[in-house]
Ligand binder design. Structure first.
Ligand code: HEM
Length: 312
């Protein structure tokens, strides 16, 4: 049986990615429905043509747009993924703004020209039905490091466990194989970051810089990013997300596009809350003093069958 999820939800990291966010123009929903129906075919065609470059796509719908879109396609009644809500608005030492967008194209491969080729093909299907909100081109930096110089993605779920973490299961049968996405673009203050000693930078993450070793739990400051981001539920199980974040930028503005994929939106919200609002003693994430979230969006990546079943 073929997989029912979009391959980019689970696939291992690539060296190149595009995060394209779009808003649908008024009165253009039918054209978008028509384009969505054809998109998976286009993705499959290019994946086959460029199989060596490990091409992957995720096409996802924004929380604020879902009902407007499915009004046009659902027969008989519009369905919504059970836990689909807006991006959480949080205020703490730093803010996490909510900036909704209608559609996300998260495209990636191991060659920039191939990722670009897929972007052009999908955008041609959408034609003039959409406005581009952002089109952020990301790259692998050194050995998969964030621009602050620390390896990013080490504690991501591995192997088959990636599916347990990222894919909706039978608890929401109509959307099984889908995934809740949270996207944030961060702008780093790299000048301020580089004024810290390496030890101060390492304390900020709770990991060593060059050889990427985790601090023993007892030595992690309560404000360390990996302290604030590694949470457990009441049963003692880890609260996990699958991260597909990647650096972007030029010499004037640079940072991270943070992307979380999960079977529930709650895990991201709990982790972000722990980072931004901190614990009851006010220990928030020190990393947030060196970077600013300028966007925040909640999307749902539907399972593959959803694209086939749409009614025009
Ligand atoms: C861990 C970077 C934002 C969740 C890490 C690590 C780095 C990193 C370098 C350590 C290695 C690893 O396990 O990947 C960043 C940067 C961010 C950012 C530069 C923003 C500018 C976020 C956000 C979340 C998050 C917004 C979720 C709301 C996590 C989690 C871990 C982690 C769950 C693993 C913690 C552990 O189990 O040790 N991050 N991160 N990060 N980050 Fe972030």
């Amino acid at each position: 049986m073929s997989a029912n999820y979009q391959s980019g939800v689970i696939a291992q990291a690539n060296s190149d990615a595009l995060f394209i966010t779009l808003n649908v123009k008024q009165g253009q929903d039918q054209q978008v429905v028509h384009a969505l129906k054809q998109m998976q075919f286009t993705v499959d065609l290019l994946k086959a043509r460029f199989s060596v470059q490990d091409l992957h796509a995720v096409i996802a719908i924004g929380s604020e747009y879902w009902d407007r879109l499915t009004f046009h396609i659902s027969n008989p009644a519009p369905l919504r993924p059970a836990l689909f809500t807006s991006f959480p608005v949080l205020h703490g030492a730093t803010n996490a703004p909510s900036t909704p967008a209608d559609i996300l194209l998260h495209l990636r491969s191991n060659r920039r020209d191939i990722t670009f080729e897929l972007a052009r093909a999908l955008m041609a299907l959408l034609g003039d039905a959409v406005d581009v909100v952002e089109d952020v081109s990301c790259f692998r930096y050194l050995d998969a490091r964030d621009l602050t110089g620390f390896v990013d993605g080490t504690e991501n779920p591995e192997g088959e466990h990636r599916k347990d973490v990222a894919l909706v299961g039978e608890e929401d049968a109509a959307f099984a194989g889908g995934s809740y996405i949270h996207l944030q673009r961060y702008i780093h203050n790299l000048n301020q970051w580089s004024q810290q000693s390496v030890k101060e930078q390492e304390d900020t993450y709770g990991r060593t810089k060059d050889d990427n070793v985790e601090y023993p739990s007892s030595e992690k400051p309560l404000t360390a990013h990996t302290k604030r981001a590694s949470l457990k539920d009441s049963a003692g199980d880890s609260i996990e997300i699958l991260r597909h974040s990647m650096p972007y930028g030029n010499v004037t503005e640079a940072g991270l596009v943070f992307a979380s994929y999960c079977h529930t939106p709650e895990n991201f919200t709990l982790i972000l809350k722990s980072m931004v609002e901190g614990d009851s003693h006010g220990h928030s994430d020190r990393l947030m003093q060196f970077t600013t979230a300028v966007t925040g969006q909640a999307f749902f990546a539907p399972p593959l069958h959803w694209f086939d079943e749409q009614v025009c």
